[in-house]
Design a protein around this ligand. Structure first.
Ligand SMILES: Nc1ncnc2c1ncn2[C@@H]1O[C@H](COP(=O)(O)OP(=O)(O)OP(=O)(O)O)[C@@H](O)[C@H]1O
Ligand SMILES: [Mg+2]
Length: 340
């Protein structure tokens, strides 16, 4: 990974020693700074509200997470993870402004963005293709690269966790690292089975160590979904979902995916599907787009494309200059550059 680091100078990291403030702070008064306006969503971890930040005179999103364990309160593991996230500041990652613990409740304060990619796709009658698709993917990969460099894996990239501004020019990844923050904490998710559509095949087969390559698979799913206006792989259970992937990408084996036979849910009895022509499955992408997509969908996590490598792909050449010129001034004005 080291050779991948730092070349896209879009890695703006703010180092903040006091990431998670101590209990000496007055949590109630900090909460009072935010005036709840509307409930905007319900996710795996908690409820999201739009709120007005009276001090800074801006809108924010409050994510309120409640723990079921009355005695123990918020687990230290979650507190530590959230502290780490506060240190990541990047124009393509939704900023966690602060985290306010109160008993069994934790309020995460995020910068507010007007749209999410799921609703945005639903509101359109045509797929997202061409330069617009390239610009969105480029921005998300730059944000992803910045986090992967910090060894932070998202683990749940999906259209609902991709937010944009009103005019759809800036796209950001939301909920970075929350999967880890709240999984290790042994939190039972509030409700709803998490969607499998964007899940990497190694996770479906029972791999429990999450490497950054899981996010790259998800990025492929998101790219295909924008181009198709519907998910490319869409199984409701892990096995059905895995079979759907096999039917399109071909059934993996020890040759195409060294180590697959060691995974807990590997089943040698699965039919050997050959897969289909990806260009026919996603006809709205050109040859280069299909080439990139194929590299997101490499079965072997070790051989799957990284965010940095994806950013070098020729498919982005058409928008590269524009994207880079938009990114640089923003970075130099707002962020402390830190050489990794
Ligand atoms: N920072 C934010 N600004 C504006 N809207 C947001 C923000 N964060 C979340 N939302 C909205 O709230 C919805 C619910 O968010 P939440 O992250 O809780 O659930 P989710 O993304 O559907 O699932 P998950 O909990 O697995 O991430 C999102 O889909 C999005 O529309
Ligand atoms: Mg979310």
């Amino acid at each position: 990974m080291t050779s991948d680091v730092g070349v896209y100078p879009s890695i703006g990291i703010l180092q903040n020693e006091s990431a998670f403030r101590t209990t000496e702070d007055n949590f109630s008064s900090r909460l009072a700074q935010y005036e709840k306006i509307d409930k905007i969503g319900e996710g795996s971890y908690g409820t999201v509200y739009k709120a007005w930040d009276r001090t800074m005179q801006r809108f924010v999103a409050l994510k309120v997470i409640t723990w079921s364990s009355q005695e123990e309160g918020i687990p230290n593991t979650a507190v530590r993870e959230v502290s780490l996230l506060r240190e990541v500041a990047h124009p393509n990652v939704v900023q966690l402004i602060e985290a306010i613990p109160q008993g069994v409740k934790l309020t995460l304060v995020f910068e507010f963005l007007e749209k999410d990619l799921h609703k945005l796709c639903e509101s359109r009658i045509t797929p997202i293709i061409g330069a617009k698709l390239k610009k969105i993917m480029f921005q998300l990969l730059v944000g992803l690269h910045a986090c992967h460099c910090r060894r932070i894996v998202h683990r749940d990239i999906k259209p609902q966790n991709i937010l944009s501004n009103k005019d759809e020019t800036v796209f950001k990844l939301a909920d970075f690292g929350l999967g880890r923050a709240f999984c290790v904490a042994d939190q039972t998710y509030t409700y709803e089975v998490m969607t499998l559509y964007y899940r990497a095949p190694e996770i479906l087969l029972g791999e429990t160590r999450y490497h950054s390559s899981v996010d790259m698979w998800s990025m492929g799913c998101v790219m295909a979904e924008m181009a198709l206006r519907r998910p490319l792989f869409s199984g409701e259970t892990a096995i059905v979902h895995f079979i759907k992937i096999c039917k399109i990408m071909g059934t993996p084996n020890e040759q195409t995916w060294p180590g697959i036979e060691l995974l807990p849910h590997y089943n040698a009895q699965l039919p050997q599907w050959q897969g289909v022509d990806l260009a026919a499955a996603v006809p709205t992408l050109d040859e280069q787009g299909i080439d990139l997509l194929r590299q997101f969908f490499v079965y072997s996590p070790e051989h799957r494309i990284t965010a940095y490598q994806a950013l070098q792909h020729g498919w982005f050449d058409e928008v590269r200059e524009e994207c880079e010129s938009e990114l640089q001034p923003q970075l130099f004005q707002r962020y402390n550059e830190r050489v990794l």
